[in-house]
Design a binder for this molecule. Structure first.
Ligand SMILES: NC(=O)c1ccc[n+]([C@@H]2O[C@H](COP(=O)([O-])OP(=O)(O)OC[C@H]3O[C@@H](n4cnc5c(N)ncnc54)[C@H](OP(=O)(O)O)[C@@H]3O)[C@@H](O)[C@H]2O)c1
Length: 283
């Protein structure tokens, strides 16, 4: 029986697909556009199927014959509003187990508006009748890809909060936790917090990217005002304001959770490792 991976063309889903294939599992990958270059670059053994969370019934063919699925909670920058319908269709199709890649920032208060928005989806998953495992990772190392263009073109990163410290996590480690939860017993009803193995400061991340590509990369630290202007058009306004509140909690994401090592049996990959894995994107 195939394992259905949603978000298969994305950062974590792509890694999960490759790790499942490498471990000998049959994989079905969901995408809104099977003709996209990202879908075309999936391993050839993978069955690529169309479906769009915005219209849950489009997932019915993808769910056929599936007992285990990975759900990426994607709805732009907000929570997946169609989650309950998708989970009910999955249950009706015979799905028994779901790993959920979502968002939950433990350093934020319960009444934080972005956090509060995600809670109904978490409850829907917990009440779905499926064996669920939540994955609430820390900041992705892959977010630094947004600097690739300015590093390639000018050798510079423009961002706020140089001293901000974050236990950023490698997508392969999040995927490795999902793989275990999907394919081994004992993870139902558990919540995992995949983080990297150590906190790293923004300015050190920039330095390590430079070391990985063998070229100095300058860090132009923006004030919050400059950052607001810099991000305009890239992110919705409420997301920009949410990013900027990070400055009030310089160690808010520095927490290192033991989950990657406990679940996979291997320590999490460092940022230095991530930079080496992705150096070509920054050259
Ligand atoms: N970035 C972070 O620092 C961070 C931290 C904690 C949690 N997270 C969580 O991680 C998740 C994002 O994971 P990611 O970065 O691996 O994703 P990503 O690289 O942004 O890729 C998004 C994936 O979602 C799929 N998708 C988007 N909208 C869809 C729709 N309407 N129907 C079906 N599929 C859709 C896309 O598939 P197609 O385009 O092929 O359809 C793509 O594969 C989110 O839940 C986010 O909250 C992120």
């Amino acid at each position: 029986m195939p394992i259905l991976v949603t978000g298969a063309t994305g950062t974590v889903g792509g890694s999960l697909v490759r790790q499942l294939v490498a471990a000998g599992h049959e994989v079905r990958a969901l995408t809104r556009d099977p003709a996209s270059p990202a879908a075309a670059s999936l391993p050839r053994q993978v069955e690529v199927v169309p479906g769009d969370f915005a219209t849950p019934r489009t997932l019915v063919p993808a769910l056929r014959g599936v007992e285990r699925m990975h759900l990426v909670a994607m709805d732009g920058y907000g929570p997946l509003t169609t989650g309950p319908e998708i989970l009910e269709l999955a249950r009706q199709a015979g799905v028994r187990r779901v790993t959920h890649l979502g968002h939950n920032d433990p350093s934020r208060d319960d009444d934080d508006p972005i956090e509060a928005d995600h809670r109904p989806l978490h409850r829907a998953i917990e009440n779905s009748g499926l064996e669920w495992t939540h994955l609430f990772p820390g900041e992705f190392m892959a977010n630094t890809s947004e600097w690739a263009q300015s590093i390639r073109a000018e050798g510079v990163v423009r961002a706020p909060f140089g001293d901000w410290s974050s236990a950023m996590v490698h997508e392969a480690d999040i995927a490795a936790v999902a793989l275990v939860a999907l394919t081994e017993d004992g993870h139902a009803g558990r919540t995992y917090w995949p983080t990297g193995p150590e906190p790293v400061r923004r300015r050190d991340v920039v330095r390590m990217l430079g070391e990985a590509i063998g070229r100095e990369v300058r860090f132009d630290e923006l004030t919050p005002e400059q950052a607001r202007e810099h991000w305009q058009g890239w992110y919705p306004e409420e997301v920009i304001e949410w990013f900027l509140t990070m400055g009030e909690h310089p160690d808010g994401n520095a927490w290192v959770a033991p989950d990657v090592e406990e679940v996979t049996g291997r320590p999490g990959r460092t940022f230095r490792q991530w930079a080496a894995d992705h150096a070509d994107d920054f050259r």
